[in-house]
Design a binder for this molecule. Sequence first.
Ligand SMILES: [Cu+2]
Length: 480
Amino acid sequence: MRKLALYVSHREIRVISLLAFVLLGVLSACSDAGLRTTLPAPIPLTDINPDPNIVEVQLVAAPASKEYLPGKAAAVWAYRDGAKPGSVGTVPGPLLQANQGNLIIVHFRNELPVATTIHWHGLRLPGNQDGTPISQTAIPAGGTYEYRFTAVDPGSFWYHPHIEGNEQVEKGLYAPFIVHGGATLNTAADRYLVLDDVKLGGDGKLDEKVDPLDVMLGRPGNVLLVNGMQGGRLEVGSWTQERWRFVNSSNGRYFNLRLPEHEFYIVGWDGGLLPVPYVQDSLLIAPGERYEVLINFEHPPSGRLALQNIYYDRGHNVPDPGPQDLLEVIYGPAGPPPSPLPTVLRKPSTVPFNSKTLVRPFVLKEQEDPAGGAANFSINGQRWPDITPVEAKSGAVEIWEIEANPEMDHPFHLHGMFFQVLSVNGVPPVVPWGWKDTVNVPRGSKLRFAVQLDPPGRWVFHCHILEHAERGMMGELVIR
Ligand SMILES: [Cu+2]
């Protein structure tokens, strides 16, 4: 009975959120119609080291200002390039890019009023460079820190704080990270599209009130952003092929992408390129995940073309608001035609598990507050930071079985290493052998992945709905 009452109240709140979305949509629609702004590409950080094998940057986190709605400034926290005189913080932050094998040195300065860290999401690096409060001492307000690691794997990554991530990422601290290398894909463009949403008040400022629904769904926003912009426009060359890298940097929104009349040739996941691509009409990206796709712009569309977010049923009776436009795509002059893809993008390799491999179970649960307040979240009945760490020897191979509660999906992220999904409810994936560090565990299901536990360090694993992680759905893996 109580549960039903809670659902009703969620729906009521949701209706208010949806109304707010509709209202803001109208506001933005009035101001565009031909006046849409070109989508900004993330600006690379300045490499201050002349050695071609070293990428050395100065990164600052500081309060900044951002107009999510035209003419209405919001106070945000943002990363900026400390090597550029007069640089201002941007949301998303500046692009960190390197070539495979480069040494990366980040001189970081914390100009925020609170302590922070930087987690290099997806990077395989020494345990003491992972940027969590158990891998380092938090960097206090006014403090500095140096991160130093090698870019081992080519791929699309991102960086963000790992202290009070639910607050700090929402306020604007997140940025793309590309490691170039591997098979060459000769596309007309290589773009990184960072997906997010923000919950804004009518004054355009971030609404910092967090209600039980925000905790449940990861603070669903009423404005959807690509590279920090609502309703941007992107011109593509006709008769060309482009490579688009996506990251879902939102606290908790599921993006289910569609580009009408076009298909996504999925060439890569979190851990870089797949051995062979596969094709889908839509692409679900859970919080924290990355996907790389090729899109052929060979068929001029019959009308206006928009990259859309379409409904995905993530649980908890979240209603379908209908397709939401993320980005207007315009066909421009003809560009270079698509070149043939390499037949194998990457040599397949597998985690060496067998029938005797240890299967380690993890149960992700949400616990509603009987008093009607925000829920809390746990893994195997324990809530971070009151947890017993999982312990393993370096190099051990294990199968992890992640079970999600029946109410909603949870995106599970393991720091420091990649894994391979073996099955969901016993059914193997359509596409094997891709490497993941974040995977959506559908509600009520058991997902198994194989992983080789390495390198030594204190690593965390958690739900990437940041409100869940910060309210207990996080564990620790100690590798010795
Ligand atoms: Cu979760």
